[in-house]
Structure formats: C-alpha cells, structure tokens
Design a protein around this ligand. Structure first.
Ligand code: PYC
Length: 275
C-alpha cells in the first residue's frame, strides 16, 4: 500500500524541520497531549517513515501540523524525531511558523501555536524574522554531581525549557566543530549517568563554553534524544539555560543572551519572570 504525505522542509540556524501538512496520521480531536499519545501508540511507524532513512535522516525534526484544540490558537503542532516525540522544539517552532508564512497561511504579526506542553506565541516581523515566547521554563536541580564513566565527576543543573536538559560547563574537549565525535562520546556518557543517577526524564545534554564570536555570551553543544547533535543552538536548551541564569541571578529580566551553537549560528534570548 502506498501513502502520499505532503511536507515542507526548512532549516533553522542549520537544524532541519520537516512540516507535514497532508497524509499524516488521523489523531482525532481533543487536547494535544492525548493526540500525541495516539500518535505514539497507533501510528509510530509513520513517525519513523517520515524522519528516518531512507526518506529522512537522523538529524531531522518532524512537525505534524494539527488543528489546535484551544480556540485562541492559529495552529497546533506535534514535534518528533528519529526515536520519539518532543515536548516543544524551538528551532522546529521557527521552522514551522516560517513554513506557514511561506505557504501564505500566516502573515506578519502574532501566531499562537499549541504544542503538547503548552501554548507558545510566535511573532513574525515585517522583515520575516521570527521570535517566540516559550513555555514557562525553570531549573529543577542545581549543582548535581554525576560520576560519568570514563570521565569522572561532572557538575551541572537539571532544567526544563520545553524539554528536559542536563546543563554543564565543561572545558574538555573544546567546543569546536572538529571535536564533535569526542563531544558525542562525552554527552552520551553524561546522559547515561544522569538517567541512572536520579533524573530519568533528562533526554538532552547541553555543554557550554566560551563563544568564538565577539559579543556573544556563550557557545554550546547539545545532544538530542536520538543521539544526534543539534546543529542549531537549541531553542528549548537556550530557554533552559536562561532559567538557570535567572535562578543564579546572573542575568536580569529582559537582558539579552546570545547563544552560539556548535556550527557557529546563534539564537538571542531573554527571560521575563512569570506571574
Ligand atoms: O531547538 O528546542 C530545539 C531543539 C530540540 C531538539 C532539537 N532542537
């Protein structure tokens, strides 16, 4: 049996997003977390068919366009990847909204998008740039000490930015493009340790170091759940980082933080305190 699926591919700061508009699974109606569960339980083969080889690649983030259940929203979306489903996805959200704009389905202004973990509000400015207010982000635990096999003690924070992160500042190895194989080994080992040592929910690992470009605040390397690395500076990871900076009192509300990713692209973020 053949099945036709219509999608549009884009990339945000180097990380690709595939937005599916037609031919996706029928998930019925109701709250998005319930529809995500139906996707996972009954249609997981479709997830794999659309984002893994031979039609996709491990690095792809899939975005299933859905009718929102909240009437205040313009669209709904469920993000997924080579191994499962994501709560939110910052790079994916930008790719999703830009694709809606490209297809003429949204214009300049505000676009409210329902995700399984909450509503996010994107703004498309007249020059085409897209910004968004993410779901409320927070630090769950600070100065968590891990015993990482082959590396020893690693200290970091556990935080939520729409996905769960372990964030650490590690000087070894250097955060350079040439060190990606070593960074993958290190972050995979950290993930095993953090999952075994009290935080099974953490599926993204984020390492920070000094930026290369003058004026930026930081550089990162982010391991994604499917053991691929994020080519972008990771939107939800940037929110998790901002939550940690806010909790430490080392960034003021509204102050800009320019987060560089491992391939040199950047996201600019700031935080506001939630009521
Ligand atoms: O930008 O939030 C993000 C993201 C999560 C996984 C890949 N990109």
């Amino acid at each position: 049996m053949t099945r036709e699926i219509e999608f549009v591919d884009s990339h945000t700061a180097g990380e690709p997003t595939r937005v599916i508009f037609e031919g996706g699974p029928d998930l019925g109606s109701g709250p998005l977390p319930e529809r995500l569960e139906r996707f996972r339980e009954d249609h997981d083969a479709l997830r794999m068919a659309t984002v893994t080889e031979p039609r996709g690649a491990d690095v792809l983030v899939g975005a299933l366009h859905c009718e929102p259940s909240d009437e205040s929203c313009d669209a709904g979306v469920i993000f997924f990847n080579n191994v499962g489903y994501l709560g939110m996805c910052g790079q994916g959200l930008i790719g999703f909204v830009e694709t809606l704009r490209y297809l003429g389905r949204v214009e300049s202004g505000v676009c409210r998008v329902e995700t399984p973990v909450g509503i996010v509000e994107a703004k498309v400015n007249d020059a085409g740039a897209i910004t968004f207010d993410n779901v409320v982000s927070y630090r769950k635990a600070d100065r968590v000490e891990l015993n990482v096999s082959g590396y020893g003690s690693v200290l970091g924070d556990v935080a939520w930015g729409g996905n769960w992160f372990f964030l650490t500042r590690e000087p070894r190895p250097k955060l350079s493009f040439n060190s990606i194989p070593e960074l993958l080994d290190l972050t995979r080992a950290i993930r095993e340790a953090v999952n075994q040592q009290g935080y099974p929910e953490v599926d993204h690992i984020e390492i920070f170091g000094d930026p290369i470009r003058q004026g930026n605040q930081s550089r990162n390397f982010v391991l994604c759940p499917g053991l691929e690395y994020d080519r972008s500076p990771c939107g939800t990871g940037t929110s998790a980082k901002l939550a940690c900076l806010a909790a430490d009192g080392s960034l003021a509300p509204g102050e800009k933080w320019v987060q560089e990713g491992i391939i040199g692209t950047s996201f600019t973020g700031c935080f506001q305190l939630s009521e």
